[in-house]
Write a protein that binds this ligand. Structure first.
Ligand code: GLP
Length: 245
């Protein structure tokens, strides 16, 4: 794993955006895997700035999002569909039909998982997958204990994840109990992975990722087995003495 540490969240966001936009410029037909949550929002902001100032085009870019809540209407501001529109898609020249997000409102969520895998097979593989890190080591919504061989599936969210995500909702009871997520094996098929880690609440998880063993009890640990992973971590997850950029 290639690790770059940055002095601030802003620096992390700029570094991540510059990495992604260079990849898009180099390969205008790139397939990107995208994440939601607080961590990548700064990167998306920088990508929008770059699109406006440098003209980086997303006309031929395909995107796959990691996950979506089950029984969450697209129009609900807490849906990941709405998140992506707000934080990225409505600001760039991406084609709607080339952006894929699991359909949380499907009447048959199980079938939706198979359909999503089929889309990944058809349009993939993902060239560059962006990931955030859950405080309990989850990636996408793959909670501790998820099989490393899992494909896109329905998950019951842990109490700790629902609590962590309740900051976006009025009440914790409004946080959905289930989600559809790309599986760990689906994520690991990406040619390259960019993991973003920011915020003091990720310090423990970051340390476990670096120094712990590879185990299904800590889903992100599988990334150690991927041939091409880049980690961008900001100061808040580090000892200040180890900052190098
Ligand atoms: C969420 C999302 C993940 C995200 C992670 C960390 O629940 N499903 O895709 O990477 O948890 O979120 P945050 O960046 O807000 O800490």
């Amino acid at each position: 794993m290639d690790i770059i540490t940055t002095p601030s969240y802003e620096a992390l966001s700029k570094e991540a955006a510059s990495y992604v936009s260079r990849k898009v410029q180099k390969n205008p037909h790139i397939v990107l895997g995208l994440a939601t949550g607080s961590t990548p929002t700064g990167m998306y902001e920088q990508l929008i700035k770059d699109h406006i100032t440098s003209g980086t085009s997303y006309q031929n870019v395909t995107t796959f999002n990691l996950d979506e809540y089950v029984r969450m209407n697209k129009k609900n501001p807490n849906s990941y569909y709405a998140f992506m529109e707000k934080h990225l898609f409505q600001h760039i020249d991406i084609q709607n039909e080339l952006t894929f997000i699991p359909d949380g409102m499907s009447t048959d969520p199980q079938m939706e998982c198979s359909i999503y895998e089929e889309k990944l097979r058809k349009h993939g593989p993902i060239d560059l997958q962006i990931l955030g890190l859950g405080a309990n080591g989850h990636i996408g919504f793959n909670e501790p204990g998820t099989s490393f061989s899992s494909r896109t599936h329905i998950v019951e969210l842990t109490d700790s994840t629902r609590k962590a995500n309740s900051r976006f909702f009025k009440d914790i009871d409004d946080v959905p109990t289930h989600a559809i997520t790309m599986g760990i094996a689906s994520i690991m098929e990406a040619k390259e992975i960019l993991l973003l880690v920011a915020g003091a609440n990720k310090k423990k998880a970051y340390e476990q990722l670096l120094y712990g063993e590879v185990s299904e009890d800590f889903p992100a640990s599988i990334l150690k087995k991927h041939p091409c992973v880049k980690i961008l971590a900001d100061q808040s997850v580090l000892d200040t003495s180890s900052i190098i950029a």
